[in-house]
Design a protein around this ligand. Sequence first.
Ligand code: GLU
Length: 553
Amino acid sequence: MSDYQKLAELLFPNITKTPEYYEALYPQRDLPEGAKVTRLAPSPTGYLHFGNLFSAMVAYKTAKATNGIFYVRVEDTDQKRKIEGAVEIMLSGLAAYDVIPDEGVMTDGTQKGIYAPYIQSERTEIYQTFAKSLVQLGFAYPCFCSAEELDEIRAQQEKEDIKGYYGSYAKCRNLSFDEIRARIDAGMPWTLRLKSPGDINRKVVFDDMIKGKIEMPENVIDVVLLKANGIPTYHFAHAVDDHLMRTTHVVRGDEWIASVPLHIQLFRLLGFKPVKYAHIAPIMKAEGDGKRKLSKRKDPEAAVSYYIQEGFPSEAVNEYMLTIMNSNFEDWRRANKDADLSEFPFNLKKMSVSGALFDMAKLTDVSKNVISTMTAEKVFALSNEWAKTYCPQLAALYAKDTARATAILNIDRENKKPRKDIAKWSDIPEYISYMYDETFAPCYELCGNATPGLAADVLESYIDTVNLADDKDTWFARIKELCEPLGCTANVKEFKQNPDAFKGHVGDISTVIRVALTGRTNTPDLYSITALLGEETVKTRLIAALKHYKEEL
Ligand code: GLU
C-alpha cells in the first residue's frame, strides 16, 4: 500500500464505497441533444432576494428552453446559518412566480428524482467517499492547525497579495504519514485540505455564457474540503453534487466568479467533466444619476415576499423579468402579442453583462397591461386567493356575493381597450371601495363646470328619472334630457363653441352623478357601476349628495 492509500484508510476507516459506486448509482441523464441541466442551490437563510428569483428564473428558463431539467438542491452545510422553515419559505417564494423545480427539493419540502438526496446535509458519506479518493490520489491532506495558528498565519500575511493556506504557510502540507498518524493517535482534530497543484503564474481561461472569456490566475490555496466535523465546505460539496447530479450549466450570481479557478481545479482533480458557467450580475436600481445594487437592507422591494404581499401576479412578474433578462424580449413581444411566455426563445447570451436595471414603474406598467388582458373570472380568482392571506377584508367583501364581485371586476374589461387601473391585487380594495357600502367614502368635490348649485339641480331631477332597468342607451338618453331644462347642453361641441351660453354640458352632469354615486370624478363606466350598485344604494347616495349640496348653497 502506498502512503497515500494508507493515509486514506487512516482518515476514513468507515468509508467503504468508491467514487465508481456513486458514478453507477447516479448515471448520466438520458436527455435530448442540447438539453441543459441547471439548478438552484440555495443556502437556507429564509430570505429570498429578488436577485435570487431572477437567477432562479434564468436557470429555469435555460432548462425549459432546451427541454432540459431544472432542479433545486439545498446547500445547508453551514449549520450556523440554518433557519427553521427557511427552505419552505424560499421555495414557496419561487413557486409564487411559477419557478417550479422538475426535480430535487420540491415546493412542499419533499424530494423527487433519482439523484437524491438533494439536501447536502444528507450526503455526508458521498462527500467523504470523494474526499477519500482525493487523499488516495495525493490531492488532499489533513491539517491540524488550530484556530490560533491560522490567525497567526493571517497576521503574517497582512502584506501579501495572496492570503490563505498555501506554499510555505501550509504547515501541514508535507507532514509524513507517521507524523500524521501520531497526531491522529493523540486525538488531534483535523480538517481535510486540498493539496492545490496550482501555479500563480499560470492562468485558467473559461468561457462564461454571459460574461464571455475570462482569464484568471490558477488557484494556489489549499482550501478546506472537509471541516473538523467531517462536513464538507460549499466549494467541495457543490463540485461533487453538480457532477453527480449531472448538471450541465451552473447559473449563479457573479459573486462566485472569483471562486471559479478553484472550482475548475476541483473538477479536474476529481476527474469530473467541467460544467459550463453563466454568472449573473446583480440587479441594479437607479439612484440619483447613477445606479447601485438592489439592497436587502435599503430596499423593501429587494425581497420577493414584497411582491407576494403586494399581489403582483406571476404572469406580470415573469413578463417583466424577461424584459430585463433578454434584450430582444420586447421586440419578440411586439411581434407575438398573444403568445405564451414559454414560447420565447430564452438565451443566456442575450443577458446584460453589467446587471439588469430594476424599475418599479416599468414593472407596474407591465403588470397593468398583463392584468388588463385577464378575464374578470381570472382577476377574481387570483385576487381572491391573494386576499385570503393578505387582505381578509377584501376576501370578506368578495364572499358576500362572488358573482357581483366578478361583475364589478368586469367593468371595462374583456373588450378591445380594457382599462389599466390595477397593477397588483392590493390596488383592488381602493379601486372598488365605492362599490360596497362598507367601504364607500363619500366625497362631494366636483370638477369641470359643475358647481354645488348645478349639482343640486341635477340630482333633484335625476333622482326621479333614474331607472336601473334601463339599457345603456336609454340610461344615457335620460341624462342628456336633463341638460336643457337646467341650462346645459347635451352637445359638448356646442358648449365649446359658446361656453358662456350654458351652465355646463352633459359631461358635467355625468360628473355630478358620478361623484354622488362613487365619491370620485374619474371611474370606469358609470352605467355599469349604477347597475351594480342596485336601486337602493343608488337612491340613498343620490339623496345624501343632494342634501349635501343643498346645505352647501
Ligand atoms: N449555496 C450557494 C449560495 O447560496 C450557491 C452557489 C452556487 O450556485 O454555486 O450562494
